[in-house]
Design a protein around this ligand. Structure first.
Ligand code: PMP
Length: 289
C-alpha cells in the first residue's frame, strides 16, 4: 500500500503518497486509539459521486467526539478534502479512508499532549469479500469470539480497537475454511459481521438485529430507505443464532464494493436472489454488496 503514485491529504495538504508517513512511536500505533471511515465514490451519469459523504463525515466526527479526540478541522474542510483526494488522484470510482490519529509527541495511555492528525487516502478497491461473493454467496462462521460489550467499547464509534475483536473473529473464520465471521453479543444474540451489518429474510419479511453492540452502518440505513421504496417492512429485533440458520436468505451490508450497477439495482438483485432460496442446508447464501 505504501509504494504507489498519487496523493494523500495529510493535515491540510496534499502530500505525495510515499511521503505520507508517521513515526514508529505514534501514540495510536501503540494504544490503538484512532477513528476512521470507509467511504466509496462511484462513477455516475453526472460524474464521480461520493456515496453519502456527509453521513460518513458526521460519523467520523461522532467517533472522535465519543473518544474525546479534538478534531483539528471542521466538517466542511473534511468533506472538501475527500472531494479533493478523489479529484487529484483522477479516480472515477474508488474507496476513501479518512483516518484521525494521535501522533508521537508522548507515550503512556493518556493521549493528552499528543497531536491529532488527519489523513485521507483514496484508491481503487474492488468487492470487499471478492467479486465471486457477489454472485456465489459466502460461507459464514458463527464466531467463538463475542462482539465487545457496550461497557467495554462504544460501538457508535468506528474506532480501530473494535477491529482487534474483528480480526480475532475473521482470522478464526478464515482458518476454519469460512469466508467471514458472524459475531454474537456477550448474551448470545446476533450482533454483526467482522466488518458488516446483517439482514435476514424470513417468509418475505426483512429482519435485522438490534444494533446495541454493532456499528450503525450507513449502508444499513440505505437498506431501510430502499426497503421502503419496495414496500418492504424492516423488523428490527433481537435475533438468535438459529434465526440465522432458518432464514430464507441472509446478506451482509457494508460500504458497497465497486460496481458498474447503481446501489439500487444491485440491492434489487440481492433481493431477487433471495426469492428462490436454496433448500434447507448448512450452506446458506450470504450476499454482499
Ligand atoms: N459493522 C462494522 C464493524 C463495519 O466495519 C462496517 C463497515 N464500516 C459496518 C458494520 C457497515 O457500515 P457501513 O454500512 O457504514 O459501511
Amino acid at each position: 500500500m505504501a509504494d504507489r503514485d498519487g496523493f494523500i491529504w495529510y493535515d491540510g495538504k496534499l502530500v505525495p503518497w510515499r511521503d505520507a508517513t508517521t513515526h514508529v512511536l505514534t501514540h495510536s500505533l501503540h494504544y490503538g486509539l484512532s477513528v476512521f471511515e470507509g467511504v466509496r465514490a462511484y462513477r455516475s451519469e453526472i460524474g464521480t459521486a461520493i456515496f453519502r459523504l456527509e453521513d460518513h463525515t458526521n460519523r467520523l466526527f461522532n467517533s472522535a467526539h465519543i473518544y474525546q479526540i479534538p478534531m483539528p478541522f471542521d466538517r466542511d474542510t473534511i468533506n472538501e478534502a475527500q472531494r479533493t483526494v478523489v479529484r487529484e488522484n483522477q479516480l472515477e470510482s474508488c474507496y476513501l479512508r479518512p483516518l484521525v490519529f494521535y501522533g508521537p509527541e508522548k507515550m503512556g495511555v493518556s493521549p493528552k499532549g499528543a497531536k491529532v492528525h488527519v489523513a485521507i487516502a483514496a484508491w481503487p478497491w474492488g468487492a470487499y469479500l471478492g467479486e465471486e461473493a457477489l454472485s456465489q454467496g459466502i460461507r459464514v462462521k458463527v464466531s467463538s469470539f463475542a462482539r465487545q460489550h457496550v461497557n467495554v467499547t462504544m460501538p457508535r464509534a468506528k474506532v480501530a480497537t473494535t477491529y482487534a475483536n474483528s480480526i480475532l473473529a475473521n482470522t478464526e473464520a478464515l482458518q476454519d475454511g469460512y469466508d467471514e465471521a458472524l459475531l454474537l453479543d456477550t448474551e448470545g444474540f446476533v450482533a454483526e459481521g467482522s466488518g458488516e451489518n446483517l439482514f435476514l429474510v424470513k417468509d418475505g419479511v426483512l429482519c435485522e438485529p438490534e444494533i446495541a453492540s454493532a456499528l450503525t452502518g450507513i449502508t444499513r440505513s440505505t437498506i431501510h430507505a430502499l426497503a421502503a421504496d419496495f414496500g418492504l417492512r424492516v423488523v428490527t429485533k433481537r435475533l438468535t443464532r438459529d434465526d440465522v440458520y432458518i432464514a430464507d436468505e441472509a446478506f451482509f451490508t457494508g460500504t458497497p464494493p465497486k460496481s458498474r450497477r447503481s446501489a439500487r439495482s444491485t440491492t434489487a438483485r440481492s433481493a431477487r436472489a433471495g426469492a428462490a432460496p436454496s433448500p434447507r442446508s448448512c450452506r446458506r447464501r450470504f450476499l454482499t454488496w
